[in-house]
Design a protein around this ligand. Sequence first.
Ligand SMILES: Cc1cc2nc3c(=O)[nH]c(=O)nc-3n(C[C@H](O)[C@H](O)[C@H](O)COP(=O)(O)OP(=O)(O)OC[C@H]3O[C@@H](n4cnc5c(N)ncnc54)[C@H](O)[C@@H]3O)c2cc1C
Length: 328
Amino acid sequence: MAFEAGDSTGRVPVPAYVLDFPGLLSFLGEEAVAHGAEIRTGTRVSGPITEGGRVTGVECRGGADRVTADVVVDATGPAAALVDDLGLFDPSGATRAVGKEFEVEGAHEIDDMVFRFDHDIAPGGYAWAFPAGDGVLKAGVCWLDDYYEVEATDPGVPIDAYIDRWLAADDRWTVDRRREAHAGSAYIDSSLGQRVADGLVAVGDAVASINPLLGEGIRPGMKSAKMASDAVIDALDADDTSRDRLEAYERRWKRERGTHWRRQNLVSHLLYGFDADQQRRFVEKMDALSSAQVGRFETYDLTVRDYLSIYPYSVRDLRRIPDLLRRV
Ligand SMILES: Cc1cc2nc3c(=O)[nH]c(=O)nc-3n(C[C@H](O)[C@H](O)[C@H](O)COP(=O)(O)OP(=O)(O)OC[C@H]3O[C@@H](n4cnc5c(N)ncnc54)[C@H](O)[C@@H]3O)c2cc1C
């Protein structure tokens, strides 16, 4: 991974992979069907069915269809179609992030996954360029709404124009054609909200499992699903799908991810509000991580001491303290 700001680059030697995301989704779907799942595409869930405070199924197509289940899983991403209705997760207490990327055909000469911090290209966020095979690049821009509002000089400019601006300005690639686009949003928080209710578990972005610092969502989302499935299998075996039983999942998530996500949430609020000089010093410090720190960065286990060693201190941080305290 290469972090860039101004003329500075910080390389962090962790193995990183560019997924064929539609291919991954097809693979997961085929695996699920092979294990007995029935997939209904084009079926919009409109809300949970509850009986005596317990979730017993979902309503689809505005109530025209109903599906009942021993345990319901909310995996609807930032739409949070069930947890929102059940009051488990409060998006108003979280920070919203948006992102968009294009697959780009053309020549390029990058081997690293590049993350660029530059408020002109990605106000209040970062831009990325990932090599995606011969003559193909994924290039995108994301930002946190709160910091975009501070850093964007012209709020009327759409996100596509920022991506195009970067594609045109950087001479490490040439663009023959922009093809598929992938866009979406996510809620970033300390991920310590409720993840279970009587008869329901929620996984992935529906409960902000996405890593708050750089927005890696696939690995944490799948991790949350694995933890949830362990608890659900145990609950079904015990014929008890109450919140008390399913809570093993929530406790495990908080134990294994909670502290790190809370810290990284704080660091993300600092990072996306850095000025240009702090962005530059930050990437230079990332270049100087020890091999032990690189290992901890890869597994999201950076310590407070690690953060203090990479933090680009500035007196302007003092002005930001009240806002940071309010957020965390
Ligand atoms: C532009 C962009 C680039 C990204 N790049 C990366 C990356 O490089 N690496 C990475 O790890 N993460 C990346 N992410 C984040 C990652 O995509 C998400 O964190 C991850 O997809 C979350 O998975 P999920 O299954 O929880 O939710 P989603 O992938 O959002 O899936 C939710 C599904 O539920 C469906 N749904 C929603 N509402 C309903 C409803 N009411 N009824 C029925 N179905 C419903 C949706 O259609 C969707 O199919 C990126 C995100 C964006 C927007």
